[in-house]
Design a protein around this ligand. Structure first.
Ligand code: ATP
Length: 306
């Protein structure tokens, strides 16, 4: 698969802080790329830079091998759609009027599609946008984004506030769009389950840095987990090449280790007299993400990590 989008060393200060610090990642054509990370780690800023709303302080963005300057290129902006929870159309407009605006702004605007989607969602076409519920507004924004027929779809927590039925329907529409039109999507999300089902690849942000980027299949194999029943594990923890130890509180300890360091860890455990251990070589993505954050030093007291 070829890369269609390449972000190279993009930095952006927001309010005197490094919201993005030399971020690089690339996205395959027609794939869904997830942006993951703790609150305030830079995901929204990255999407807004890609959408041309923010001008980065440094770095480059390539689209199909050509360097683009999204903040300075109105033509680029008509090729993409951004769904951002904090950016909404004027509340005085009706959905129909907003659609008419879309037709003027976007070269590939698909009016039939917009009307079909909002009809299927049972959204009131003649109601002013300010009278829609939060979930209805989110649905309308997604319908609008799909009617743009974008080449690049940028989604910031796009299903927040949607009921489970509509949420599933939205994902089906988005997947169909991506499959039919070859659209590429970049999706910021905290929902690892959604991401596991939808995304092909991901970039993980921490304090404005991209601390991991790659295919999700690689992510699952990045760490291994070793579970042991043992005492004196605190002494072991300082010797073994584990990223961290964690206890369930019932005498069972688990260590997360980078896949390459697994043989060294199991050897050390055997030397220390621990002969019974369970090794899990592929981790579910939620565990992978938690361990990755732990490696970066993002821990909360409730994690109960030694
Ligand atoms: N308009 C702004 N003015 C000042 N600082 C900002 C502004 N927008 C974002 N920031 C800062 O930039 C950093 C990155 O914020 P951003 O919204 O990109 O994070 P995020 O990963 O999307 O977070 P969340 O998961 O909570 O939505 C944070 O430290 C935030 O406080």
């Amino acid at each position: 698969m070829s890369n269609v989008l390449a972000v190279r060393n993009v930095s952006k200060q927001m309010g005197g802080r490094h919201a993005l610090s030399s971020v690089s990642f690339s996205v395959h054509h027609g794939s869904i790329h997830a942006l993951l990370g703790a609150n305030g780690s830079g995901k929204t800023t990255m999407l807004r830079v890609l959408a041309g709303l923010y001008r980065p302080d440094a770095g480059e963005i390539d689209w199909m091998g050509q360097c683009v300057l999204p903040w300075a290129d109105p033509a680029w902006r008509t090729e993409l759609a951004l769904v951002d929870p904090l950016i909404s159309p004027p509340g005085r407009l009706t959905l129909e009027e907003w659609g008419a605006l879309g037709a003027r702004m976007y070269a590939n605007w698909d009016e039939h599609r917009f009307i079909t989607l909002i009809t299927n969602l049972e959204l009131p076409r003649k109601e002013r946008i300010r009278r829609l519920s939060l979930g209805m507004l989110t649905q309308a924004k997604l319908a609008f984004a799909l009617a743009v027929r974008p080449r690049l779809l940028l989604l910031d927590e796009p299903t927040t506030g949607l009921d489970p039925v509509v949420r599933r329907q939205m994902w089906q529409w988005l997947l169909a769009e991506i499959a039919d039109a070859g659209t590429t999507a970049v999706l910021a999300t905290h929902d690892i389950d959604d991401m596991e089902q939808l995304a092909d690849s991901a970039t993980v942000f921490f304090k404005g840095r991209a601390v991991w980027s790659g295919e999700l299949e690689e992510a699952k194999a990045q760490f291994a987990k070793v579970v042991v029943r043992a005492t004196g594990i605190r002494a072991l923890a300082s010797l073994a090449p584990a990223v961290a130890w964690q206890t369930s509180g019932h005498g069972e300890w688990s260590a997360m280790v980078e896949r390459d360091a697994l043989p060294a860890l199991t050897a050390q455990l055997r030397e220390a007299g621990v002969n019974q251990m369970m090794v899990q070589e592929r981790l579910p993505l939620d565990e992978w993400f938690r361990w990755l954050m732990r490696r970066e030093g993002y821990v909360r007291d409730s994690d109960k990590i030694s």
